[in-house]
Design a protein around this ligand. Structure first.
Ligand code: NAD
Length: 312
């Protein structure tokens, strides 16, 4: 298949692109390299040294990988360029990772709040509008998050996959049963943008029959896949700073230097996790099993384990 990977230079996008190229798909990476610029602004860096995108791509080819192309584009701002790309390349699938994904960063200041909303919501909307304008039947696979359901409000109940059966009281006293999107409960500006993504998907699927798979994954942990371990220049990110470092990475670093683990709030938080190797496989399975024409947005909850930090 021909696949465009939006955000293909990022933590989830890079190993996913490499995996798809290894599976013999034709891969085009689109990224504006904003994540690398945020590292410079925050004066932090990945523990693993990250090669430039040009070096990564040539290393991949040198070890015999199927060549991938790279296009530098801001999908939240360069609508016409995105539309032209879809029309010229006619991809079967677009995988959408191109969002600002750190909850703490999204809450830092009014600048980071506005940036996160403008970037994420415009990026997703531009993609959907461009697919409709291109008149092409392109399957969108989006990496969503378990965080859209909210944390801590389910009291141990199993969270249904994306939809909830409800009974709507009718004027004649009867009850009409329907399935609605599971109520959203965002806990940060970042999570709010992911819940807005869900509404955009609902609308464009219903109105324009865009085929969409939304993967609600837990926190993605681990660094490399077998493919990104083949050459040090292919290595993936390991972030451990206060904004982009997820809880496991921060705990690992604190444990490694013998520093007490920093538990925020009162503790007791439970989070779902999925390893990067499983995350890229889930994306591949979604890509190879698109929804049928006219099918509603497919939503899957994907995690392999959950962990809880001790309460104080
Ligand atoms: N990392 C996780 O634990 C996790 C868990 C669940 C879902 N997700 C979702 O997966 C996606 C990717 O997350 P990640 O951890 O790889 O983040 P990341 O920041 O490492 O990667 C995102 C990539 O998208 C690019 N990008 C951002 N805005 C762009 C724009 N407007 N135009 C073009 N490129 C743009 C960035 O430069 C970066 O390379 C996000 O949507 C995130 O919500 C991540």
């Amino acid at each position: 298949m021909k696949v465009i990977v939006l955000g293909g230079d990022g933590f989830c996008g890079w190993p996913c692109a490499v995996n798809l190229a290894e599976q013999n798909h034709d891969v085009i990476i689109v990224d504006n390299l904003s994540r690398r610029k945020i590292d410079i602004d925050l004066e932090v860096e990945s523990l693993t040294p990250i090669a430039s995108i040009t070096e990564r791509l040539s290393a991949w080819e040198e070890i015999g990988g199927k060549p991938m192309r790279f296009i530098n584009m801001d999908i939240s701002k360069q609508y016409q360029k995105l539309l032209n790309l879809l029309i010229d390349e006619k991809p079967d699938t677009v995988i959408h990772f191109a969002e600002q994904r750190a909850a703490p960063y999204s809450m830092k200041s009014s600048f980071t709040k506005r940036y996160t909303v403008d970037n994420n919501v415009n990026g997703t909307h531009n993609l959907l509008a461009a697919i409709v304008e291109s008149n092409l039947d392109i399957h969108v696979v989006h990496l969503g998050t378990m965080g859209v359901y909210g944390y801590g409000s389910h009291r141990g109940a199993t969270i249904p996959e994306g939809y909830l059966k409800v009974e709507v009281p009718q004027p004649d006293g009867s009850r009409f049963e329907e399935e609605i999107l599971h109520p959203a409960s965002p806990g940060s500006v970042y999570h709010m943008t992911k819940t807005l993504d869900q509404l955009l998907f609902l609308y464009y699927n219903k109105n324009d029959l865009v085929r969409i798979t939304d993967l609600h994954q837990g926190i993605v942990w681990g660094t490399n896949t077998e493919a990104t371990l083949k050459d040090p220049r292919l290595t993936n990110r390991f972030d451990y700073d206060g904004d982009y470092g997820t809880v496991l990475n921060r705990f690992l670093m604190q444990a490694a230097i013998g520093y007490p683990l920093s538990v925020h709030g009162t503790g007791g938080q439970t989070r779902a996790f999925i390893h990067i190797k499983d995350s890229v496989k889930c994306v591949q399975i979604a890509l190879e099993n698109p929804p049928k024409p006219g099918e509603r947005v497919k939503i899957f909850n994907q995690m392999t384990e959950s962990h809880q930090v001790g309460a104080n």
